[in-house]
Design a protein around this ligand. Structure first.
Ligand code: IPM
Ligand code: MN
Length: 357
């Protein structure tokens, strides 16, 4: 009997549901071709539900999601809700509650995709950022003193544990070995200023690295790393970094791989349930017009197959279909300029998966 996987579908806000629909379409075709089944459960968590009910997430949300094999998320962020409420209340809460301590963000330039980097092509831009996803400045530790007065002080603490470094580094070293490309793992930090947090990262990096003699270790300050992303992206294989630096450098990464329309990521708990998403936002101004690019969500679907379901062949088939679509069928990766609509991009990729390319 065909294996059935349980997938939670969280369309979220704005264009989120539209792009997730296309990803689901492609995943269904891949399931059919590779002989497994997907059973979907849809959850309406997001800005509209919050405005209607006053509740950001039901208290049982994490528990409910952990009954699934994986989660596919569209985007969180609503123009009528104050920034921070949904992002913290849904996205960050789920990342934390489900212990998704890795945020995996591939930066790969597909054929035919325009990059703002002059003289760089797909052979130069193919690396992965492993962003720590549960600690650092994202824990919310800190506060105000003398709030609202002229002497006010605000603190925001970066909390990084050794165990948090170790589990993230282990994932990153294993991934570097498994990719088997340049066999180089680069720690990105700021050892010259953040002398406590990155001293810890650095010691943990080398202690762990001693167990991976086949992997070359490198280190970049985060500011220099931004420079090299633009000048020499081909130097990178796998990068490991903390939560905030990972957030920032992956927006730059997304731009050099062709923009938010095509940048996918996974919030991974290697021992639990993981959540895959386009790394861009909900783009509310494009909602309902069939012009948003679903490629990042489709790529997130391929990551889900690879990392959560272990359906590697199906994941590779989707990636090949994405590459043929970017190379031969789409005019651009920007919303409204693709030369086709949102649903057509989904149909095109799905058809190529069905055709068995
Ligand atoms: C991302 C986003 C989130 C983050 C925001 C929406 C909280 O920018 O997924 O990169 O900072 O992690
Ligand atoms: Mn971000």
């Amino acid at each position: 009997m065909a294996k059935t996987y349980k997938i939670a579908e969280l369309g979220g806000d704005g264009t989120g549901p539209e792009v997730v629909r296309e990803s689901r379409k492609v995943l269904e075709v891949a399931a059919q071709r590779f002989g497994f089944k997907l059973s979907w459960e849809n959850y309406d968590w997001g800005g509209d539900r919050y405005l209607r009910t006053g509740e950001v997430l039901p208290p049982s949300a994490a528990e409910t999601l952990s009954q699934h094999d994986a989660i596919l998320l569209g985007a969180i962020g609503h123009p009528d809700v104050k920034p921070g409420i949904l992002e913290k209340g849904i996205l960050l809460k789920l990342r934390f509650d489900l212990k998704q301590y890795i945020n995996l963000r591939p930066v790969k330039l597909y054929p035919g995709v325009w990059t703002p980097l002059k003289d760089k092509g797909p052979e130069h831009i193919d690396f992965v950022v492993v962003r720590e996803n549960n600690e650092g400045l994202y824990t919310g530790a800190g506060g105000f003193l003398k709030y609202g007065t002229s002497e006010e002080v605000a603190t925001q603490l970066s909390i990084q544990s050794r165990a948090g470094c170790d589990r993230c580094l282990k994932f990153a070293f294993e991934l570097t070995r498994h990719r088997n490309k340049r066999k180089t793992l680069t720690l990105v930090g700021k050892t010259n200023v953040l002398t406590y947090e990155f001293d810890l990262w650095e010691r943990a990096f080398h202690d762990m690295g001693n167990k991976y003699p086949d992997i070359k270790r490198d280190y970049n300050h985060v500011d220099a790393c931004c420079m090299w992303f633009v000048k020499n992206p081909e130097w990178y294989d796998v990068i490991v970094t903390n939560n905030l630096f990972g957030d920032i450098i992956t927006d730059l990464g997304a731009m050099i791989q062709g923009g938010m329309g095509i940048a996918s990521g996974g919030n991974i708990n290697p021992e639990g349930v993981s959540m895959y998403e386009p790394i861009g936002g909900s783009a509310p101004k494009y909602t309902g017009q069939n012009i948003i690019n679903p490629m990042a969500a489709i790529g997130a679907g391929a990551m889900l197959l690879e990392h959560s379901l272990g359906e590697i062949e199906a994941a590779l088939a989707i990636e090949r279909a994405i590459m043929k679509t970017t190379a031969e069928k789409m005019q651009s990766q920007s919303a409204g300029k693709m030369g086709m609509g949102t649903t057509q991009v989904g149909d095109t990729v799905a058809q190529l998966v069905a055709d068995g390319i």
